[in-house]
Design a protein around this ligand. Structure first.
Ligand SMILES: *Cc1c(COP(=O)(O)O)cnc(C)c1O
Length: 382
């Protein structure tokens, strides 16, 4: 097996993969309607439930061919009964995406907005649910990938359940990294995509959730032909297959990635991501960078650093310098501040971050940015 050039992706997914996962895609051609292939998907579906410690009697997973956004689309359009409303607890770009999906489908929804650098006020969340008894579905994002903020999903889920609503959580940027227990965390449905925590490839996404709730949704309005949760579930249950053509090679890679997930183990993998995240924060701190999210609210996977006030600072130039040397950094996703992100996803470890900061420091020096970096306003003490 020829080693493939290793790039360190510090963007929030797709993430750096192992060569064994890359090469797992190179397989003999197969028609996915063969039994041999359908059998592979059963194993994946069960493994995906096991990752969030779900009981296989109560929970199932449904696979889709698409990037991670397909899951948000599927959950919101499929799990809302006629005449009911969705509440989106929104403090960032990915929950905003959920509100846009509601808009496109014409689903009744409340966009309950909070500042992007703050955790939601649970009293306001509760008051909203209490005062709107037609809310049947509460949705939020676990790790707001735009900033790296960790939302209190267990608490939000408890509120949703207290008032009889379903709770769907976008766990795309925590799943298979930060440990999740679907039942204890009060989640009815969570979701992810193979290119993030699993360290495989884009094209395979999955919703994991309560069988009973999916079966109940059989009578809800069908708002999409391709992206309906019940229809895809029913097809899987009957045939073991996706309704339409699955991403064959991507699935082979995901199987290898799952093997490597269990080999590394939940605890060791989370410890490694934490090591990487700590090394990123240490590097940023040493260079004087400020971050958007206060330390105790960070999900431990995405650092969101604020652009320094230095006329020489040019994100694109710094990006290009790092990119040419095998390191990818990523712009931010908030409108209130100019930020860039460094993420702890993927098959990387602390030495990769140390290597990165050597390159990054050189990039600052080469482009004439003063180190430690400078800000014109005193740091807010929050
Ligand atoms: C990456 C990500 C998604 C999915 O994005 P795609 O580009 O569609 O794969 C959804 N939600 C969150 C929180 C994410 O981090």
């Amino acid at each position: 097996m020829e080693p493939v050039k290793r790039n360190i992706l510090l963007n929030p997914g797709p993430s750096t993969t192992t060569d064994t996962v890359k090469y797992a895609q190179v397989v003999p051609d197969i028609c996915p309607r063969e039994k041999e292939f359908a059998g592979l998907m059963k194993g994946i579906r069960e493994d995906l439930v096991r990752i969030v410690h779900g009981d296989l009697q109560k929970y199932t997973s449904v696979l889709f061919c698409g990037s991670g956004t397909i899951n948000i689309d599927v959950c919101l359009n499929s799990l809302l009964p006629e005449g009911k409303k969705i509440l989106v607890v929104n403090n960032g770009a990915y929950s905003t995406r959920a509100t846009e999906i509601c808009e496109y489908y014409g689903l009744p929804f409340i966009d309950l907005k909070f500042p992007v650098d703050q955790i939601p006020d649970l009293e306001v969340v509760e008051k909203t649910i209490r005062e709107n008894p037609d809310i049947a579905l509460v949705h939020t994002t676990h790790n707001e990938t735009g900033t790296g903020l960790l939302n209190p999903i267990k608490e939000i889920g408890a509120l949703a359940h207290r008032y009889g609503a379903l709770f769907t959580v976008d766990t795309t940027s925590t799943y298979a990294m930060r440990p999740i227990n679907i039942e204890e965390d009060n989640i009815d449905f969570c979701m992810a995509s193979a290119q993030k925590g699993l360290m495989a490839f884009t094209g395979l996404s999955f919703v994991i959730g309560r069988r009973e709730a999916i079966e109940q949704s059989a009578s809800y309005p069908k708002r999409s032909y391709y992206c309906n949760l019940y229809l895809q579930y029913e097809y899987f249950e009957k045939t073991g297959e996706m309704h339409f053509t699955p991403p064959v090679q991507t699935i082979y890679a995901a199987i290898q990635a799952l093997k490597e997930y269990w080999q590394e183990g939940e605890e060791a993998k989370w410890a490694r991501h934490t090591r990487v995240f700590n090394a990123i924060n240490k590097g940023l701190d040493e260079l004087g960078f400020r971050q958007v999210i206060r330390p105790e609210w960070r999900a431990g996977l995405v650092s969101s650093a604020i652009y320094p006030d230095d006329p020489a600072w040019d994100f694109d130039k710094i990006h290009d310098y790092c990119y040419e040397r095998g390191f990818t950094i990523y712009p931010g996703k908030i409108s209130t501040a100019n930020t860039f992100r460094l993420c702890a996803l993927g098959a990387i470890d602390e030495p990769d971050i140390n290597d990165f900061f050597m390159v990054f420091k050189n990039a600052l020096k080469e482009t004439g940015v003063a180190v430690p970096v400078h800000y014109s306003t005193p740091e807010e003490t929050k």
